[in-house]
Design a binder for this molecule. Structure first.
Ligand SMILES: [Zn+2]
Length: 165
C-alpha cells in the first residue's frame, strides 16, 4: 500500500506518512482528504494519497546527513558527467581532494567509474567534462524524500502540491 503526502493547513508539504496513519488522521477529523488514488479501503472510503491537516503545525528544519547513499539519491543514481545510470557508481570530488576540494554537498557528485578515472586529478573544466547540475545541498530532508517518492510515475497526484521538483 502506498504512502501519503501530508500537507500543512497552509497547503505546504509537511511530511510523508503511511496510509494507516493518514486514515487515522482522517477518521479523527484532524485532516481532510485532497487526493486519492481511486482504490478503496472500505466502501465509500478511498485510499488517501494527499491529505491536509486542519490545524497549522510548526516544523523545525532537519539537516540531511552527508552520506554516500544520500549523494547517490540526490543525483538519482546517475553519473553527473555522462548520465550513465546503473550499478557501480562512485563519488567524485569535483575539485580533487589533493587540490583542496572538501567533503561537502557542493563538492561531491555521483560519477561512473569510467568518468571518474577519465577525470582523474583534474577539475571538470580542465578535463572538459561538464556537470549536469551544479551540486548543492538538498533544500530539506522533506524535499529529498519528496523527490524520491515522485520518481517516474510514482504518486503523480502529489506533484501539484510540490514546488521545485
Ligand atoms: Zn560517467
Amino acid at each position: 500500500m502506498g504512502k501519503v503526502l501530508v500537507l500543512n493547513a497552509s497547503y505546504e508539504p509537511l511530511n510523508i506518512t503511511s496510509w494507516r496513519r493518514a486514515v487515522v488522521l482522517l477518521i479523527k477529523g484532524k485532516a481532510e482528504q485532497l487526493e486519492n488514488n481511486e482504490r478503496f479501503i472500505y466502501t465509500d472510503f478511498p485510499l488517501p494519497s494527499v491529505i491536509r491537516l486542519r490545524h497549522y503545525v510548526r516544523v523545525p528544519y532537519k539537516e540531511i546527513p552527508l552520506t554516500r547513499r544520500n549523494i547517490l539519491e540526490r543525483d538519482r543514481h546517475t553519473c553527473q558527467y555522462c548520465r550513465y545510470k546503473g550499478e557501480q557508481l562512485t563519488l567524485d570530488h569535483v575539485i580533487p581532494r589533493s587540490r583542496g576540494g572538501g567533503e561537502t554537498w557542493e563538492n561531491l557528485v555521483t560519477a561512473c567509474v569510467r568518468c571518474n578515472v577519465k577525470k582523474g586529478n583534474r577539475t571538470p573544466k580542465e578535463a572538459h567534462m561538464n556537470l549536469r547540475h551544479p551540486p548543492r545541498r538538498p533544500y530539506s530532508s522533506l524535499q529529498f524524500e519528496l523527490v524520491k517518492h515522485t520518481r517516474g510515475n510514482l504518486n503523480q497526484e502529489w506533484r501539484k502540491y510540490i514546488i521545485g521538483i
